[in-house]
Design a binder for this molecule. Sequence first.
Ligand code: ADP
Length: 258
Amino acid sequence: MKRDKIIEMEQVSFKYEKEWVVERVDLTIEQGQFLGLVGPNGSGKSTLIKLMLGINKPDRGAVKLFGQSIKNFNQWQEIGFVSQKANSFNSGFPATVLEVVKTGLVSRIGTFKFFNRKHKEKAIEALKTVEMEEYANSNIGELSGGQQQRVFIARALVSDPSLLILDEPTVGVDAKHVTAFYDLLRKLNQEKGISLLMVTHDIGTITEHATHVVCMNKTVHFHGASEEYKEFDNEDLNRLYGHSVQQLTHNHEHEVSQ
Ligand code: ADP
């Protein structure tokens, strides 16, 4: 059976100033996929996400969301987004976990309306999904990076999206909690039927979790099933990345330790 296409990019190009940052990207993501988006630093991954979210406007080409041109698209509650720095609140930040999750409903309830009991129940349900309900009344800043990341996933889940986009969600998550984090993503994908698009540096393990991988450097160099990506040897990867993958890993470690 042909699956529904949730994101279609056709010959999309984009520049911030003079230099093209995204060039002639053709990319289709289908319902139910867990897609890992990889590529070196500065290769245009975040920019591509912003093009999908309507934050950046393509200079060339077309973007469709759920079969509709992004220009007419108004079902934004279908797309949840967890940004890269979503887990770095310090202990003084004056909001509880429940309050943070409820802000994910703001576009639903509209202006000049107040949160009611149903909204609170939805927020608690989302916290249960990410196994954080016992922290509902804790201050967000008191939680670890990994726990905050789960809260921000709950915030994205509260409007029942069918696609969740995550920009480098494992940065700031303690290495020993990364496996549990991937288990949560698998549960969202397989049990809740949520399609996932995850930007990651984690080229070593992404193929163990994602169903599909896209490797980009301005344009898409590889798009296929994870099994196919696993067949690539180091030389293939170096060619795709345009430099040594060891160097990439080294850079990443440097970034994480900062
Ligand atoms: P990645 O997510 O793969 O690290 P980005 O999409 O963040 O890559 O960046 C791609 C290129 O665009 C980089 O050269 C970066 O410096 C540049 N860039 C990103 N954001 C902006 C911006 N707001 N204004 C100008 N240049 C930007």
